[in-house]
Design a protein around this ligand. Sequence first.
Ligand SMILES: Nc1ncnc2c1ncn2[C@@H]1O[C@H](COP(=O)(O)OP(=O)(O)O)[C@@H](O)[C@H]1O
Ligand SMILES: [Mg+2]
Length: 282
Amino acid sequence: MEYVIEMRNIVKKFAQKEVLKGVNLKVSHGEIFGLLGPSGAGKTTIIKILTGQLQCTEGVSTILGQDTAALTSFVYRKMGMMMDNLGLYERLSCYDNLKLFAKIYDVPQGRISEVLKQVDLAEAAKVPVSKLSKGMRGRLALARAVMNEPELLFLDEPSSGLDPQAVTMIHQLIRKEQKRGAAIFLTTHNMEEAGKLCDHIALLNEGKIVEYGSPKEICLRYNHQNKLQIRLLDGRNVVLPNGKFAADEVKEYLAKEMVETIHSTEPSLETVFMELTGRRFE
Ligand SMILES: Nc1ncnc2c1ncn2[C@@H]1O[C@H](COP(=O)(O)OP(=O)(O)O)[C@@H](O)[C@H]1O
Ligand SMILES: [Mg+2]
């Protein structure tokens, strides 16, 4: 099995509405893959197809080598997921929510305290979910997703609506899961998050993947705004195009030892994606 996830020409229609229009994706073992796209692009639909919650209209997709149209418990045991709609039991405590899950997935009970500690909920173990803040719920959902030490982890907007502290913790845990050997498929509309965390990202817009690569590759591809920023010792800031036309001027500053700092600026993922989709992601 070369890839943990493969989608080939996936089409999804809801009644007459074609939401996915031929999506192709590949995710390798152990990588953090980010699916980005504006609200309504079809990100959650893709996760639902990959996790067997929805059937696609056309195409074939596999996870861990198995067709997602007929996933077996063999694969379910090797994956974890965190999504909005996968409800936690409001009246049960954090601990009991995880205990229920541990039973279904044959996870040793000792693991419950371990993951609660990992997401900093050890002290809230006995608190019912109904009393948790949004950030705490997010962390509990993540604890549940990683409890069975999955080979493949799906996270649908894991940091959306959370405070910065909770986001940092979630990012740390995602990196830790990757170190352990898991591949992570996450969706987000936070460019900064994607740029920092992901090995590869794909941009979904109107049902199609319109860009794919490492964050760095993608930014370099849209490098036509590339500029040189030079800060001179006399306090002046000089901005020049990054090209041969600037060579003489740069050379002169350097020759006269006037330069304090010099660097090139690339476009951010955010500007690239705004250019591609024509809109902001919020
Ligand atoms: N069960 C459904 N029935 C009809 N339309 C749906 C259903 N689920 C999603 N959609 C539509 O599909 C599109 C993509 O939705 P979704 O995958 O949730 O987008 P995203 O997660 O990128 O915000 C939206 O226009 C949404 O209204
Ligand atoms: Mg969604």
